[in-house]
Design a protein around this ligand. Structure first.
Ligand code: MIG
Length: 754
């Protein structure tokens, strides 16, 4: 096959929002989205429509450029783009002309048949982070990846691809940061210097346009903010979904589901959510209830509700081929299923047997699918778990000619999961009125944060998986997915009691805290591990509930800026080599204040890298100087968690579920530092969309060591806090008069001296 290297420019002109550049092999279109975001779309044949599953913003209407003999020059306030004319190359610089990212001078963008690849210059000290749910190390230098959403049963620490596609990475070199998002759902490739002799980095896809967004903001948080501005941010999640979630494949009957919920309440172990995996259905038919084992779903739901439990039910895309089954009949009648080019419906085998698959790429199919959730919402279900949407069928190999929307399978496979999650979200959002649905999906493409949370699929019950799962969560956070979780305990296999205890303690600091296990495994609920372990797990879950005011405020940050709760240390310290050291690469900040060090269950002490600053151990207040590797005790009762000095953490007293109002007291924990500290506190009803029209409660909390004062700004928003009082809890302040004082919460400015 001949390789076509994009040749010299033949001409260029402004056309609508784009600068259109004609070269021998292709046409390039350049768009500006903001001073720090420039889009390049290279194509041999641009389509008439410009659609994206991910991007929700529009380019600026026009922009200035000029030319020299060698270059077309485009400047924004933050970036310089130099487009080399002969041959066509795209090079990005900072406003003060430092190279950020440049085409490989020799090759630039090339085509081999429909496959398009861009070769880029690799900088000697360049590191890479991102790509979302990808195994491997935090620093992706010298590795390569493929995006092709796959039901990655039994995946290991090196398996690629997994379930999701997030073609966004961040490059770090010379003290500079940049980001690159290849918005192309075809099978795609990223190589971060894995090529022999580290000659280049490269990215591209099997087909479609070389359509990429270049981000030039300085600082990883700024890049995440820009990427999530472009692809959207999550809504506020239902507060109940941040509580403890108990899942299993499967609780086999309504009686068993209720028994699980009752046991949590009896044992006073807080929890908010229980799940129904595939066995609640009649013959695995989506949107049905098993007539024998779940005979009275409404009665079950009423009982669950009375105990303050929410139920999440699973749905798979495969619709059983069975005349008389409503979804099958409707789907056939209206042509809602994916077909072969001759119009015949594609058939695959999954749990129900022979199935057809909804074509979620069509508006009317998504609407139909969304409306069908009535069978679940009408009895009171408000959480919806989307599984098998890579899409997966036994054998996995869907023929490449199967059509979705107006495309063939390989052109859009990577976006199928997102389109299913979107249909689920949009449908249930309508059905639930003003209530927030909780949607959880396994497969996803960039932008899924607008519709759904994600989990990392079928992991295993080993220490290695606990650690790699944390890296997946941290990496998903870089690519806009702030609401993420792993199967705590590991999906397959049986964890040791020690691992189960350790993993639950890490779950406290995971955006979604969900326990799940494969069919046939030993039961996993907190009381299955002996009474001593039960007490430890209970304490950990209680810790989660204490931290909910802090966690919810953290989700508000994700909603407003895209910053995830679980943050690799590389976000704040991109040029600190120790952060990428494989000994410390799993460490992360959980929100602004907490540094968490995951530790295997077999090790009872750990080396922890504390970045510059002062730190306190959360559970003992022991003080540490940062910029140090410290060896600390890591008993199963106390995962190494540190608080950054100067942090403010709002906490509440233990409740059994998020529906409980508790005792009205919001604790304000402050860890002393010489520098002032601030925290944005956010609260709303946790259930409805009223926050979007002003019904929230938000205030800045600060402390100033020089003036010895703690202050709260006046409360913004029309919501009334559920807390009436605040209690100051001061750590590391030495002898002060107000150590545990309680104050009435006022809405105006509050100043408290200490
Ligand atoms: O073929 O619904 O990843 O969480 O329990 C397995 C049964 C299908 C895979 C999911 C897992 C779920 C399981 N599902």
């Amino acid at each position: 096959m001949e390789t076509a290297i994009s040749g010299n420019i033949q001409g260029f002109k402004q056309q609508g929002e784009a600068l259109v550049i004609k070269a021998a092999e292709a046409e390039a279109r350049v768009y500006i989205y903001s001073p720090t975001i420039i889009r390049i779309c290279l194509s041999k044949n641009h389509g008439d429509t410009d659609t994206s599953f991910a991007v929700i913003q529009k380019p600026v209407p026009d922009f200035d450029f000029d030319e020299s003999a060698e270059f077309i020059r485009i400047n924004t306030s933050a970036l310089k783009l130099r487009i080399h004319k002969s041959p066509l190359r795209f090079n990005f610089y900072t406003a003060d002309s430092k190279p950020l990212s440049e085409d490989d001078e020799r090759f630039g963008t090339t085509w081999q048949g429909s496959r398009v690849i861009t070769y880029r210059k690799l900088y000697a000290d360049e590191k890479f982070i991102g790509l979302g749910e990808k195994t491997g190390d935090l620093n992706r230098r010298n590795t390569s990846y493929t995006n092709w959403n796959t039901d990655a049963v039994d995946y290991g620490p090196k398996t690629d691809p997994l379930y999701k596609t997030f073609p966004f990475f961040i490059g770090l070199h010379s003290g500079l940061t940049y980001g690159l998002f290849l918005d192309n759902p075809h099978k795609s490739y990223f190589d971060f210097g894995a090529t022999t002799d580290e000659q280049m980095s490269w990215f591209g896809a099997d087909g479609g346009d070389q359509n990429y967004y270049f981000f030039g903001a300085q600082g990883v948080p700024q890049l995440i903010a820009d990427y999530t501005w472009l692809t959207g941010r999550m809504e506020m999640p239902p507060l109940w979904s941040l509580g403890y979630q108990q899942c299993r494949w499967s609780y086999m009957s309504a009686a068993e589901v209720l028994d699980i919920a009752k046991t949590f309440r009896k044992k006073q172990i807080p929890a908010d959510v229980v799940y129904c995996d595939i066995d609640y259905m009649e013959g695995f038919k989506i949107f049905t209830w098993n007539k024998k084992t779940f005979a009275k779903p409404k009665a079950m739901m009423d009982e669950l509700k009375a105990m303050n439990f929410h139920l999440v039910t699973i749905v798979d895309p495969g619709i059983k081929i069975e005349a008389g089954y409503q979804q099958y009949d409707e789907g056939v009648k209206n042509g809602y299923f994916a077909t072969y080019p001759n119009g015949e419906k594609y058939t695959g085998y999954v749990w129900p047997g022979r199935c057809h698959f909804p074509d979620f790429f069509r508006d009317n199919v998504r609407e139909w699918w969304g409306a069908a959730f009535k069978a679940l919402t009408e009895v009171g279900v408000d959480g919806f778990w989307n599984d098998m949407n890579e899409p997966a069928a036994w054998g996995q190999n869907i023929p490449w000619m199967v059509q979705f929307g107006d495309k063939d399978m390989p052109e859009v496979r990577n976006a199928y999961g997102t389109q299913m999650a979107r249909a689920t979200y949009e449908g249930t959002r309508k059905l639930l009125g003003n209530k927030r649905p909780f949607v959880l999906t396994r497969a996803a493409y960039a932008g899924t944060q607008r519709y759904s949370a994600v989990w990392t699929g079928d992991n295993s019950g080993t220490d290695e998986h606990m650690l790699l799962g944390q890296r997946l969560v941290n990496s998903l956070g870089i690519t806009g997915m702030a609401f993420t979780g792993v199967d705590i305990g590991g999906f397959s296999g049986n964890p040791t009691p020690e691992l189960m205890v350790r993993w639950n303690s890490l779950g406290v600091y995971t955006p979604m805290f969900r326990n799940h296990a494969i069919q046939g495994s030993k039961m996993r609920e907190p009381w299955q591990w002996g009474s001593t372990n039960e007490q430890i797990i209970k304490k950990d879950i209680e810790q989660r509930y204490k931290l909910l005011p802090y966690i919810y405020s953290g989700f508000y940050q994700s909603h407003i800026t895209g910053m995830p709760l679980s943050r690799t240390l590389a976000i704040e310290h991109p040029f600190d080599d120790l952060v990428f050291d494989t000994r410390f690469q799993n460490q992360f900040m959980f929100g602004d204040a907490l540094l968490v060090a995951p530790v295997e269950s077999t090790r009872l002490n750990a080396d922890v890298y504390l970045p510059p600053g002062n730190w306190y151990r959360l559970n003992s207040n022991e003080k540490f100087n940062g910029d140090e590797i410290v060896n600390v005790a890591a008993p199963l009762t106390d995962l190494p968690v540190f608080v950054k000095a100067g942090s403010i953490i709002p906490m509440q007293h233990i409740v059994q579920s998020t529906a409980e109002k508790g005792d009205d007291i919001l604790e304000l924990h402050i860890w002393h530092n010489e520098e002032p500290g601030t925290f944005i506190y956010y609260e709303d009803d946790g259930i409805s969309y009223d926050y979007q029209s002003g019904a929230f409660y938000k205030r800045e909390i600060g402390f100033e060591p020089i003036n010895r004062v703690i202050h709260l700004s006046a409360a913004a928003g029309s919501f009334t806090s559920k807390y009436d009082k605040i209690q100051l809890v001061l750590h590391g302040f030495g002898k002060v008069k107000l150590k545990n004082e309680v104050f009435t919460l006022e809405n105006g400015v509050m100043e408290i001296g200490y």
